[in-house]
Design a protein around this ligand. Sequence first.
Ligand code: ADP
Length: 250
Amino acid sequence: MIRVENLHKHFGGFRACDGASIEIAQGSITGLIGPNGAGKTTLFNVIAGVLPPTDGKVFMGDEDITGLPPHELFHKGLLRTFQIAHEFSSMTVRENLMMVPGGQSGETLWNTWFHRARIAQEETALMKKADEVLEFLTIDHLADEKAGNLSGGQKKLLELGRTMMVDAKIVFLDEVGAGVNRTLLRTIGDAIIRLNKERGYTFCVIEHDMDFIARLCDPVVCMAEGKVLAVGGAKEVMQNDLVIEAYLGT
Ligand code: ADP
């Protein structure tokens, strides 16, 4: 589904990605691991159109998507989750979800004035969808809570929920487990597995928690120093000598 070929991203003379090539198969939950500074986030940002590559190509199916801006990738169903922006923290969880889909009629003054009925209809549909998403993620009890009051793990679930408001095909998740307690991490893992199995989402996940990676991901890709060191099943990659050496070296 996604093929990254010989990707380079240099910051000045520093090679954050140094010829990385990876493939993400449709329907997979691909794990991306590696020590801090390996270039994982940089790779994500290049794939998701946040950073232009210095060299190399990114394909989605047969289409060259190298350097396309995030909003174009969004329309192709490629999403990278981001932390809930500060300005959205005073809005409720439900409102945060309802903000996601673009192109609603309420966006222009003219429409607001002349098409109130249509706007009301769209809002009702959006609200219904938001509530379905919250139920799916088992956080429907938080619908009216301000997003800023959520715990780290609940915010991650909300970020995941935002991808469900549009027709995502592939979702890039960065550090799902950072600052998240084990119970909630399990809930997040369950949601990812269900989205994968029941809704056909493909995922690429950066995570440091190896139990989480082993439970969800196949294959696992390990990066170090901007390159891909190993690809394979979780156990195989975690026992790979080069991978162990890369982790010990940091
Ligand atoms: P990882 O996600 O594997 O921890 P990153 O992709 O965040 O690694 O970073 C890889 C390296 O690139 C790090 O050494 C980091 O300091 C450097 N780096 C990342 N972004 C920038 C930037 N915008 N400018 C300069 N150096 C950067």
